[in-house]
Design a protein around this ligand. Structure first.
Ligand SMILES: [Zn+2]
Length: 337
């Protein structure tokens, strides 16, 4: 059945070779009555093999993935491909062009509006096109995040598991192929509006991760990600990597309970204490909250409530109540280890 999407593209998904273009949908505003939103899209296809959908800029201010996919589009010789790559280097293009997490057109957070709406806001229309047109073509969806402007992540691969042993085995193998030190196992937890959700609903393997952050580019992390994507594509036999690869040990972690996140209870300026990658136990100091507005007030010490390894912390100094200061993960024990 044809998709109900109102977006269109001139890219032919069945044609061999490299095509770089956009998908587009109408966006009629004061300064552009017949204007469209253009979302960069590339397809690199050759021979027979799996289809991998690679997306970055799901959140506009996450850059490592945007650079890795841009480089891949520019440099990959289609003759090396056995299968098909569908690449979205700036999935929420209006947000990515503005350098913001959410879209300046509608305030939309692309990774909270799946499955989207073909007649909805620009962000909902993008989600619908990705979920209803691109995902059905794909065997694997690779969704590259970076924490965003407000968070700093120790680069970690993330794998969604759905409770189907065969699919979960394939997802875990895809995650390991990145060769990262940390792999976060994310059990499918019901509708969340995330791209990983849409992938689970369509029976597609979802692998992704957080590959940096702070709303900036960390060159070493981009290099690591280039290598990780090469490892994934080699593992899937879509682009064989001439570089010899050996299995790298990875620490399997997963999300614990809600107490694994340290939230701010008051406004102030955060002095981070715990380092990324640190193993912490309950009572360990996470951060000190200072209050320059009331200079003689004693600072407040924030402590971890749960044991775990620190993979993310707030990157911005100024804090409001409810902001996430630190995020920890626990070692995974289960059948996939
Ligand atoms: Zn993100």
């Amino acid at each position: 059945m044809a998709s109900r999407t109102r977006a269109w593209t001139r890219i032919d998904f069945d044609r061999d070779g490299k095509q770089v273009g956009t998908f587009n949908f109408n966006h009629s505003v004061h300064r552009s009555a017949y204007g469209v939103v253009q979302v960069p899209l590339a397809v690199i296809k050759h021979g027979r093999g799996p289809t991998v959908l690679l997306m970055a800029g799901n959140h506009g201010d996450e850059y490592e993935g945007q650079l890795a996919l841009t480089r891949l589009i520019r440099t990959l010789d289609p003759g090396r491909v056995q299968g098909r790559l569908i690449l979205l280097p700036m999935a929420n293009a209006p947000a990515a062009k503005a350098g913001t997490r959410t879209s300046p057109l509608d305030g939309g957070n692309l990774n909270r509006v799946f499955p989207g709406d073909p007649g909805g806001t620009p962000t909902e229309q993008i989600a619908f096109f990705i979920g209803d047109v691109l995902m059905p073509l794909a065997d694997v969806c690779c969704d590259l995040h970076s924490g965003g402007s407000s968070l700093e992540y120790l680069p970690a691969v993330m794998v969604q598991v759905v409770g189907d042993p065969e699919k979960d085995r394939r997802a875990m193998a895809a995650g390991r192929a990145f060769g990262y030190s940390f792999t976060v196992i994310l059990p499918w937890g019901g509708p969340s509006g995330k791209a990983m959700d849409a992938a689970a609903g369509r029976g597609i393997i979802w692998v992704g991760g957080e590959f940096g952050g702070e709303g900036r580019v960390t060159p070493a992390y981009v290099g690591l990600l280039d290598d990780g994507i090469a490892g994934l594509l080699d593992h899937l036999d879509v682009v064989k990597d001439p570089k010899p690869r050996s299995a790298t040990p990875t620490r399997l972690v997963t999300a614990g309970g809600p107490e694994r996140i340290v939230y701010a209870a008051e406004a102030g300026v955060m002095e981070p204490v715990a380092k990324l990658g640190a193993d912490v136990k309950p009572g360990d100091v996470a951060a000190i909250m200072h209050c320059p507005e009331i200079p003689d007030r004693e600072p407040v010490t924030y402590r971890f409530e749960a044991p775990g390894v620190v993979l993310a912390r707030r990157a911005m100094g100024r804090v409001e109540p409810g902001d996430c200061l630190y995020e920890t993960f626990v070692d995974y024990v289960g059948p996939l280890a």
